[in-house]
Design a protein around this ligand. Sequence first.
Ligand code: BGP
Length: 471
Amino acid sequence: MYHEKLKPFPKDFLWGASTSAYQVEGAYNEDGKGLSVQDVAKHPEGTSDFNVTSDFYHHYKEDVKLFAEMGFKAFRFSIAWTRILPNGTGEINQKGIDFYNNLINELLSYNIEPIVTMYHFDLPYELEKKGGWSNRETIDAFENYSKVLFESFGDRVKYWLTINEQNMMILFGAVLGTVGEDGQDPAKKLYQQNHHMLLAQAKAMKLCHAMCPNCKIGPAPNISSIYPATSKPEDILAASNFSSIRNWLYLDAAVFGRYNSVAWSYMEKRGCAPIIEAGDMDILKGTNPDFIAFNYYSTMTVAANNETGANDKSKADQQRAFKEAGVFEGAANTNLEKTQFGWEIDPIGFRNTLREINERYNLPLIVTENGLGAYDTVEENDTINDDYRIDYLRKHVEQAQLGITDGVKLFGYCPWSAIDLVSTHEGCKKRYGFIYVNRDESDLKDLRRIKKKSFYWYKKVISSNGEDLAE
Ligand code: BGP
């Protein structure tokens, strides 16, 4: 749809950016922090571990000052469960509470709204050892953890996100380091874990509303429009299959409190439908999320697949589809350009995705990740000319405004990432930030912060409330 006149971004639009604890904080074993599954994960050869990352734990004041200079209205970050409760349950680590209190207060002193993800891929290792999300006790552990968070920070943190990209943890757990090695394609186990996470999320949302009536809470999956590879009805059906399995399974449960029927029939066919205990469906109902947060990097394209053989996830990651025999198979979209890391770039797909979520759930939306992973080079006089990143972000901001004009209730945009950090599985050479961190995979150098060209660009975007997107 072509609009003669665009609606402006809302006056109090939450312009900001995102990070997650294990990818940016470092200090993985300091001040009483327990180990998470990310701290013990194996890293692909030649990529950094998560021990120091960008050392935000020690640089947060300097970094928040830079965020304020960019004009951030919001900063989305995650709390490391293991800083608060080193063993996942039990004793509270006061130093962990202190760190996040200091961070939140620092943000508020610059009028930056904290947006907190409660759990971003970093399950406490002590819980993992007891079965992790396969163990129903982890549901109670998460509820208890969320209670500690609401008690400690609910007076100042208004926006809460439950679980980051639960759908990616289920579909691509091996890539994200969130699934152990004790079984290849353990679908039965994964969808049982998924069920437990849905229950944990529902309990946390209800608790939030009961404990902090002024707070708002919502889920934070990764959502993408799914395209059929051709207009063949079989491909269109395959796209619908994958959309239910990848997207709507998670949001239907979070918003409507029920399982998506196509996703359920897929799980039955695969023999991996979860065991639902008495009372579980009542827990899922009536959570009333206040908004939907979602991460968007690109769309995905799929074709029909009528084989009965094995699935192939070998080339898959968050944005690269795979083959599910008899359900769908990933296809390349030749209309789209790709990033240096092989992810397709689809700004129009962003508008489509916004519209799809809006039409299906009719809730306020906030984008909590969107961005370009690239190799950046420091040039003369400490300059980083990341025009490619500006180009990616500009096109997505344009589409966000078109989405708003289409009627989407978008109230914030927090691209990935505020500052360089370590990618989930491709090391720190894959950079996303507006601020460069001077280190490489093995050499921590001086961890100096350098403003990239995109830093100045985003500052202008924010100060003009999205009107000035020029370089
Ligand atoms: C999302 C995760 C982030 C982040 C991002 C970029 O799936 O929520 O934690 O890592 O993707 O992905 P990558 O680091 O693989 O480039």
